[in-house]
Design a protein around this ligand. Sequence first.
Ligand SMILES: Nc1ccn([C@@H]2O[C@H](COP(=O)(O)OP(=O)(O)OP(=O)(O)O)[C@@H](O)[C@H]2O)c(=O)n1
Ligand SMILES: C[C@](O)(CO)[C@H](O)COP(=O)(O)O
Length: 396
Amino acid sequence: MIKYTAIILAAGQGKRMLAGRNKQFLLIDQQPLILHTLSVFDADDWCEEIVLVTNERERSEMEALLASSPINKDVRLVDGGAERQDSVFEGLKAIRHTELPVFIHDGARPFVKADRLHELAECTSEKQAALLAVPVTDTIKQKQGNHLTTLDRKTLWAAQTPQAFSYPLIHKAHQEARERGYYGTDDASLVEQLGKEVAIVKGSYDNIKLTTPEDLHKAESYVKNQRERKVEDPSMFRIGQGFDVHQLTEGRKCIIGGVEIPYEKGLLGHSDADVLLHTVADACLGAIGEGDIGKHFPDTDAEFKDADSGKLLQHVWTIVKERGYTLGNMDCTVIAQAPKMAPYIEEIQSNIARLLDVEVGRINVKATTTEKLGFTGRKEGIAAQAVVLLQNNQQS
Ligand SMILES: Nc1ccn([C@@H]2O[C@H](COP(=O)(O)OP(=O)(O)OP(=O)(O)O)[C@@H](O)[C@H]2O)c(=O)n1
Ligand SMILES: C[C@](O)(CO)[C@H](O)COP(=O)(O)O
């Protein structure tokens, strides 16, 4: 667990929302926007300190809102400034745990998820500066006069928040920007101005900033959709199954269950094509109702080209754990005419146990041929199946 502090910005006016008042107080699913945002950080054990930057004129209203809210953590209020950047600086001055990485987050982004916060914390503790961002999906044109230029979409990322930094670095970046009279539209840009690298942690397209009235409608339907998907009384156990196939081809490695198996052919795929770890990840996602790995790691995304499937499985497992589940047990079958799997089964079981940080006794891996029948029998490909049983600890 990497502890962090959070500055939540709510001192704007929300002019583009056209609501005649600061959008932070507008209701989404009968709860003010700012409470949705604060509750994410309130629920996150990694978050050690919260500073809420508010508008001087709205301070008493905000205090009253917090007093009657279900937020448990102590939320320290400070008055913001004229521009977002001024508000961040006021927030920075109020932070007490300056030894921890500081997250700067728009109060107007209520849908950021704990798994993104944790990946950001891990990245920041290593790299000093990081932000959540998503690849741009539209084609972006730059207009200068009447002249249009089309930018190379492959290089473009849409910046989100939180943006996270070591405290001394972001304090220095803000201090120097103030001295130069530079105003950026985000905090990472101030660090970029110092010539320092800022790392990207992939965010989610759901992490929208509520800016215009249309965003309010999107937020309402997002919350409604989340509520409908939520199982109010999650059962003690959830079961999931996975199935995957990869083609055997020359010139590729044959990696199964994280073990590189010597064989004349290897498995073809966008990632390292580890058919068994993909199956296990799918079974885990299936058990928590989170779709499949295609949804989380699209094979159109260059980031996952030749990706280590062990890392993908660990990411999936973080999501499972954050939902409060642990592994009951898992049973997997590798369906391969060749290579012979028996010599590698124990190593594969240990590998999966290590990736999930569980006892190896909870993992069973077996292998079968299909008696030379079908595509596996003809050695054209390898298939794998898995079932997992998850146990909900929050219930017990
Ligand atoms: N002086 C400011 C301006 C903005 N913010 C905060 O920064 C976040 C992102 O800004 P934006 O979405 O632009 O919010 P507003 O400034 O409120 O909106 P608008 O620009 O439409 O007036 C918001 O949570 C907003 O409350 C702030 O704390 N202090
Ligand atoms: C910080 C930010 O949310 C990243 O996308 C964005 O730049 C804030 O801009 P705004 O003009 O204050 O909405």
